[in-house]
Design a protein around this ligand. Structure first.
Ligand code: SAH
Length: 227
């Protein structure tokens, strides 16, 4: 558990569905990183979904949020975080922070999160919720994240939560050698492959972790012309 993340204590009324969600991640989806499972068990997912959908917050699916975007399925949040192999000391760049739920998970398992979201309404809402819950190890920016966040580079890890046509070059450049990035890549805007990029001293290596479906990554080094 990260010293910068809030200590959760007392009951919030969602312990039982949250515990079931974590057991499903462990037994059905084979998420094995105990630090990730612990974070999923601590972060109140219901705080990041629209009021009317709170009762569904711990179900095994994505849900709609503001701006026509989605809060990712708990499984995909756990899987992407696990693929980053975070040990607790990393500085992580997150692109497409949306509801802020994935940001909270990253901020629980890593030292510091730099979160970028292109839609002002989502960025403002997420920042307020994360502050209210007690996170003090997150920096926010409302911008096109495909350019990365140069002043804070290099990053130990990166998580991109929207699907692009190719790996954005500035992101690879801002990744520490040996660092990992998880990103959905696909040649159409509706389906992608979950790819892990590892920066090497000569360039980078990629591994494919199978099909997934994310909203499009829109920006200079993503899907262009839809800004
Ligand atoms: N992990 C988030 C996922 C939100 S959906 C969650 O669980 O809530 C993906 C988000 O990526 C959307 O909020 C969308 O606005 C954002 N996005 C798309 N292109 C972006 C870009 N170039 N830079 C930053 N954010 C982007």
């Amino acid at each position: 558990m990260n010293a910068f993340a809030p200590k959760t204590n007392g009951s919030d009324g969602f312990e039982i569905p949250r515990g079931r969600m974590v057991e499903h991640l462990r037994n059905h989806y084979k998420i094995a990183d105990e630090r990730v499972l612990d974070a999923m068990n601590r972060v109140p997912r219901h705080a990041f979904v629209p009021e009317a959908l709170k009762a569904q917050a711990y179900k095994d699916n994505a849900l709609p949020i503001s701006g026509g975007q989605t809060i990712s399925q708990p499984f995909i949040v756990a899987r992407m975080t696990e693929l980053l192999e975070l040990k607790g000391r990393e500085r992580v760049l997150e692109i497409g922070s949306g509801s802020g739920y994935q940001t909270a998970i990253l901020a629980t398992v890593a030292r510091k999160v730099f979160a970028v979201e292109r839609l002002q309404v989502l960025a403002a809402e997420a920042k307020q919720k994360l502050m209210q819950i007690g996170f003090r190890n997150i920096s926010y920016r409302c911008d096109d994240g495909t350019n990365g966040w140069e002043v804070y580079a290099p990053f130990d890890a990166m998580l991109v939560a929207a699907g692009g046509p190719s790996i954005p070059e500035p992101l690879v450049k801002q990744l520490e050698i040996g660092g990992r990035m998880v990103i959905p890549i696909g040649s159409d805007q509706k389906s992608q492959m979950l790819v892990r990029v590892t920066r090497t001293d000569k360039g980078f290596e990629t591994e494919n972790f199978g099909p997934c479906a994310f909203v499009p990554l829109i920006g200079t080094h993503g899907w262009e012309g839809k800004k």
